[in-house]
Design a protein around this ligand. Structure first.
Ligand SMILES: Cc1cc2nc3c(=O)[nH]c(=O)nc-3n(C[C@H](O)[C@H](O)[C@H](O)COP(=O)(O)O)c2cc1C
Ligand code: FES
Length: 624
């Protein structure tokens, strides 16, 4: 396996380059490499067993010093995990199980033969695909940040250094003034990836210009949005990229202390960030007199307070100070008075991770990627009713259709696409008619949604849009910190109206009432949790008003989801009496009447859970 050197303190940029060269030289590029995804998705699918099996097989074959085994972060294609990539050849094996490992070692690693049954099968062409880059899921992506996830063991700083890590820091420290760094970031057009899309360079400049003896840098890795795992995967898979970005930002702004605020429910991200900080300190890339430049910067980790609102910048700073995570009004900006009332520059993990790329390649290079108003790439977590669930990184300006069909592989079961929600729980739903929309900050806002931090949830024809709006409002109601009345009471009232609507108790005028409440909440709330909360409701009213009207006027749920408005019944001509639904029903509402005789469903016992509908393969159950 891998032999690594001890981490000696580096005291100049020359020493950094020397150590980089020696790491590269010490690695034999012809040596077989095995990269196993150790991301949370693959671990949940049995990845830990695969890792153990590889370690065992390698030992049994005496390959300890002959193969380069690397446990990496998430390369994105979580749907097909656990994933293993074998080098040379960039062979991607998917859905690997512990029992496949012996074959991978004996055939691929030792003999260079491909194990056909572990390759990805492209449904459209019917062909097996060997190389990661040839899989349609990856073809339209532009993975400036994520590509290194599968090349790096996040617990080994040498992997990051071997790929050019900390060269941007060295360039900034020794060849650029702080003003030049800020100018480069401004020129790049980099906008914050945490939600608002505020230009990073302008924020840095404002923070830098505030008078004060000390100032802080914060990396926001809270990510409390349901269905989102972009920041987690970046922190788990490549923590040094964010650390390097923070270091460059700190140098530019003149900060000497920084924090990574990471969600406590992300244990792998917390651990990998801790290890990354320790290793960077050992190399002298963090701490006093970094690389002999005279610049000092240290970073601490703070675990999140466990609430969605703690991701909001002012609530986060309150939480970091040990106070309840509640936002404050921002008439005084955090760049002036942030953490402990000192000038503070907070950016999202993905924003920080873009910075080394910009410094290395220059703003001109960066501005060539993306659209007029949104430069670079964006990471999205693609979830919901989509074939290829996973993490994607795409150039700004790609269309929603390309994301959902070319990368996401379309909707499972050949169902019809209905909408996609972008921007997290307070993002808006975008309908099929807008699938050609280029994805960037401004275009998404124009249609009533937003970029947010990058959650993308796909809904199919069987999704009730009123029910979806209710789900997100329930989440936001629960997560509202309660400090301001419009958000605390307004969201609750909106959720109550939506609940009544899904229960068939909606009244004429409710849609208009929802719209009026939305306006009041957006105008009066203290923070963006409240001001954005009505988005799911407003966009579903805007694009799916007919569904609201069907619930209110006809007491009907067109998607067949809202329990109070539907009944399940058996289509006798189609039912062969197989009994599958009888077994699935948790309340014994379905009676077996004998072979080849249709079953009987008792409405009095039916709780409308849909278990019978889900198991019936013959469409013999209908929803009315
Ligand atoms: C309720 C709420 C939750 C938020 N959660 C996060 C989060 O988890 N991560 C994040 O980076 N930004 C989050 N934000 C946005 C932050 O307030 C802030 O704008 C962002 O972190 C700034 O970084 P950026 O300029 O790099 O985007 C949240 C905002 C709100 C209103
Ligand atoms: S966690 Fe392994 S591919 Fe995403």
């Amino acid at each position: 396996m891998r032999r690594e050197q001890t981490l000696n303190r580096l005291s100049s940029s020359d020493e950094l380059e020397t150590i980089r060269e020696s790491i590269i030289k010490s690695r034999d590029s012809n040596q077989p490499g095995i990269a196993i995804c150790g991301g949370t998705g693959c671990l949940a699918l049995g990845g830990a067993g695969v890792i153990t099996a590889f370690k065992r097989e390698i030992e049994e074959h005496g390959l300890g010093t002959k193969v380069d085994l690397r446990i990496t972060g998430c390369p994105g294609f979580c749907e097909k995990g656990p994933l293993v990539v074998i080098e040379p050849g960039n062979i991607l094996y998917q859905q690997v199980k512990g029992e496949d490992v012996a074959q991978i070692i004996s055939q691929t690693v030792l003999q260079g033969k491909i194990v056909d049954e572990l390759l990805y099968l492209d449904i459209e062409s019917g062909k097996k695909i060997v190389h990661e880059g040839d899989i349609p899921f990856y073809k339209k992506q532009k993975r400036l940040l994520l590509a290194n996830n599968s090349r790096i063991d996040p617990n080994n700083i040498n992997d990051y250094l071997a790929l050019g890590g900390y060269a941007a820091l060295s360039k900034a420290l020794f060849r650029m003034s702080p003003e030049q760094v800020i100018e480069e970031v401004k020129q790049s057009g980099l906008r914050g990836r945490g939600g608002g899309g505020f230009p990073a360079g302008i924020k840095w400049e404002s923070c830098c210009q505030v008078q004060g003896d000390s100032r802080y840098i914060i990396c926001n890795c809270d990510e409390g949005d349901p269905g989102a795992f972009m920041d987690r995967s970046l922190m788990e898979g490549n923590p040094h990229s964010a650390l390097e970005g923070m270091l460059i930002g700190a140098y530019a702004i003149g900060a000497h202390e920084g924090y990574i605020y990471v969600r406590n429910e992300y244990p792998v991200a917390v651990r990998n960030a801790e290890i990354a900080i320790k290793q960077a300190e050992e190399y002298g890339l963090l701490g006093k007199n970094i690389l002999g430049s005279g610049f000092d910067f240290s970073v601490k980790i703070n675990r999140g307070g466990g609430a969605f609102v703690c991701g909001e910048s002012t609530a986060l700073m309150a939480s970091l100070e040990g106070k309840p995570g509640e936002p404050r009004a921002k008439y005084v900006h955090t760049v002036e008075k942030g953490l402990w009332d000192k000038p503070t520059n907070l950016n999202n993990v993905e924003t920080w991770a873009n910075v080394p790329l910009i410094i290395n390649h220059g703003a001109d290079w960066y501005t060539k990627i993306g659209t007029e108003g949104s430069k670079g790439t964006k990471i999205f977590s693609l979830v919901g009713k989509i074939n290829n669930t996973g993490l994607i990184e795409v150039p700004m300006g790609i269309t929603l259709r390309e994301i959902i069909y070319d990368i996401g592989g379309g909707i499972p079961g050949g169902k019809k696409f209905k909408a996609v929600q972008t921007g997290g729980p307070s993002g808006g739903f975008i309908p099929e008619s807008l699938l050609e929309l280029p994805v960037d900050f401004d275009e998404l806002s124009k249609v009533g949604s937003m970029m947010g931090s990058g959650g993308m949830i796909v809904a199919d024809e069987n999704t009730c849009m009123v029910d979806m709006a209710k789900y997100f409002l329930s989440f936001l109601e629960e997560e509202s910190c309660g400090k301001c009345v419009p958000c605390r009471e307004g969201i609750k009232r909106m959720r109550e109206i939506l609940t009544e609507t899904t229960e068939g108790k909606g009244k004429d005028g409710d849609i208009e009432l929802l719209e009026r409440l939305s306006e009041a909440i957006m105008n009066g709330s203290l923070c963006a949790l409240g001001t954005a909360a009505p988005n799911p409701v407003l966009t579903t009213i805007r694009y799916f008003r007919d569904e609201y009207e069907a619930h209110i006027k006809d007491k009907r749920c067109p998607a067949g989801v809202c329990k109070e408005l539907i009944t399940y019944s058996i289509i006798e001509e189609k039912c062969p009496g197989c009994g599958l639904c009888v077994k699935a029903c948790p309340t014994e509402a379905i009676t077996f009447m004998g072979k080849k005789k249709p079953v009987v469903l008792g409405q009095d016992k039916c709780i409308k859970c849909g278990a019978c509908y889900d198991v019936c393969k013959l469409d013999a159950i209908k929803i009315k």
